[in-house]
Design a protein around this ligand. Structure first.
Ligand code: C2E
Ligand code: MG
Ligand code: MG
Ligand code: MG
Length: 283
């Protein structure tokens, strides 16, 4: 394709590609070093009762504190970590960090709600995923009911046989399971019947345009209502992502979605700020 545009653009094209490959290699090396040096940490975002604002659970979201680059957000490195398989090691570290934090909070006397951890499709492909997870829980002394796994719709659908087996085992062991970014994967809904899922998370892309005028976005409004209806009819919980305005909050409540997560209530915050939230909630 590049060749057809003439030798000159071909040259630029390849140089560009070389640069990209080089950049990716550097990023991967930096990630591996970062893992060894403890540069990854978790922020926590509350999921709240949309009526009262009370926190019901929270989601752990990984951040990379790089010595030169500062705080790197997951959108910058998770895709590469998934491509290279590094996500398997990173994911184990994320679960370990979440468990250590739960343990620390509980030891300090806090009443800790469940913590949701994101799982990538690649992590699912490990035959010994369940054993690895259980080893981390045992190590840190955290009970499985404290952890919920979020898997994306596309991850849930790929190799449904294996996914369903793994999720069934995790469910039997007491973990919560939710489908992240629900509605984005052009999926057959059939897979929902076969997976032990308790919660659908409405992707924020559908919630976003309801921010100031739901009536002006009839399609998004219809999709959000349909997902809420689907969840209710299947006996599943439903969580709205990306709730930023009181108008979205009111719309969701009016249509039967009672749990939300978003900047209206809190951005993801560091462990210290979440500790404050936990203390305030108990009083
Ligand atoms: P996600 O799991 O769907 O997480 C929700 C993302 O939406 C988070 O971005 C969160 O900060 C952001 N968000 C929350 N409320 C609002 C809001 O009101 N408005 C807007 N505009 N955004 C909001 P974040 O932390 O940058 O994470 C991005 C994605 O990276 C996550 O999407 C998830 O797919 C992935 N990710 C994050 N941490 C992990 C991890 O530990 N493991 C894996 N495998 N993936 C992770
Ligand atoms: Mg998530
Ligand atoms: Mg999501
Ligand atoms: Mg998302």
């Amino acid at each position: 394709r590049a060749k057809a545009q003439g030798p000159r653009s071909y040259h630029f094209y390849t140089r560009d590609l070389d640069e990209q490959i080089h950049e990716r290699m550097q990023l991967e090396q930096a990630m591996r070093r970062g893992l060894i040096q403890g540069q990854f940490l978790l922020h926590y975002q509350p999921r709240v009762d949309l009526k009262t604002g009370r926190m019901l659970s929270m989601e752990a979201l990984v951040r990379w504190q790089h010595p030169d680059w500062g705080m790197v957000m997951p959108g910058r490195f998770i895709p590469l970590a998934e491509d290279t398989g590094f996500i398997v090691e990173l994911g184990a570290q994320v679960l370990r960090l979440a468990c250590l934090q739960i343990q620390a909070w509980q030891a300090a006397g806090h009443l800790v709600p469940p913590v949701a951890v994101n799982l990538s499709a690649q992590e699912f492909r490990q035959a010994d995923l369940v054993e690895r997870i259980m080893a981390i829980l045992k190590d840190t002394g955290v009970e499985s009911r404290m952890i919920e796994f979020e898997i994306t719709e596309s991850a849930a659908m790929s190799s449904i046989e294996q996914t369903s087996q793994t999720l069934t085992t995790l469910h039997q062991l007491g973990f919560g399971i939710s489908i992240d970014d629900f509605g984005t994967a052009y999926s057959s809904l059939n897979y929902l019947k076969r997976l032990p899922v308790q919660t659908l998370k409405i992707d924020q892309s559908f919630v976003r345009d309801l921010a100031d005028d739901p009536a002006g976005h009839p399609q998004d409004a219809a999709i959000v209502r349909a997902i809420i209806g689907l969840a209710n009819n299947l006996g599943l919980g439903v969580i709205a992502e990306g709730v930023e305005t009181p108008i979205q909050q009111a719309f969701l409540l009016e249509h039967g979605c009672h749990i939300g997560q978003g900047y209206l209530f809190s951005r993801p915050v560091d462990a210290q700020a979440m500790t404050t939230w936990l203390s305030l909630q108990q009083t």
